[in-house]
Ligand binder design. Structure first.
Ligand code: FE2
Length: 254
């Protein structure tokens, strides 16, 4: 949000994001990269995007953004230019990051004006071409919307157009180790076509109130900022940890 404003009038998301950035910068080992999976703004404004950039720029590791349904992709592309969003396409904010052991492919799953996700034929063709470039390299896709139902209204009702296009690609590339998403403000994982789709919690401390009845719109709880840490283990595994940024991080011994 803009400086001094709270999201939905109650959530101090800027403050929470600053706490999260400070926490990430103290991690040892320092993460290689931070992936921001959309809804970087609440209303899509340039002022909110600029505030997010101001808060994210102190990160000691490179970071990359993809748009969410609350963002305006044109505004995001202007504010987060350069390496944070190196999209070359005039229409979609998608790109490949080749700087790490794991190849990172950022996808633009947004459909302007709609809360749900979309991968159209053009984006699927682009992704297929990128995947064909390095079918042996461990790869992570990251985008805002999970392409599969998680049993909550935000996925099951908002929907994802073109999930079948994505599905057809994902099952042909077993080197895709994860599809990392946001949107539902809650950590959840599910197996999908030979990979794992995982949703990140809220960096701004707005955790979805879990409701699996699919009957009423869920609210959110005010929490500490949270994030996922994807760690390459010494035996080559990719392990995902859920981390909450604690205000009181005093240690006690078992
Ligand atoms: Fe979203």
């Amino acid at each position: 949000m803009e400086p001094g404003r709270k999201t939905c009038d109650v959530a101090p998301t800027s403050e929470r994001l600053a706490q999260l950035v400070s926490c990430l910068n103290k991690l040892d080992p320092l993460p290689d990269v931070a992936l921001i999976t959309g809804d970087i703004t609440h209303d899509g404004t340039a002022a909110q995007a600029a505030q997010a950039k101001h808060l994210l720029d102190p990160l000691k590791m490179p970071y990359h953004v993809v748009p969410g349904n609350h963002d305006d992709r044109t505004t995001l592309a202007k504010v987060f230019s350069g390496s944070t969003c190196p999209a070359q396409d005039e229409e979609f904010l998608h790109y490949v990051i080749e700087d790490h052991d794991i190849r990172l492919i950022g996808l633009d799953s947004t459909k302007p004006g709609a809360p749900g996700g979309e991968i159209c034929q053009r984006r699927a063709d682009w992704l297929q071409a990128r995947l064909n470039e390095a079918p042996e390299r461990p790869t992570v896709l990251f985008m805002h919307h999970p392409p599969v139902k998680f049993g909550v209204l935000e996925t099951d009702e908002d929907g994802f157009q073109g999930a079948d296009l994505l599905e057809g690609l994902v099952e042909r590339f077993p080197n895709i180790e994860r599809i990392l998403c946001g949107h539902i403000h809650l950590t959840a994982h599910t197996q999908w076509r030979g990979t794992v789709v995982s949703t990140a919690p809220s960096a701004g401390g707005m955790r979805l109130a879990l409701d699996l009845t699919l009957k009423k719109s869920s609210g959110f709880h005010l929490t500490n900022p949270e994030f996922q840490l994807h760690h390459r283990t010494t035996d080559g595994g990719l392990v995902t940890h859920q981390v909450e940024v604690l205000e009181n991080d005093k240690l006690y011994l078992f």
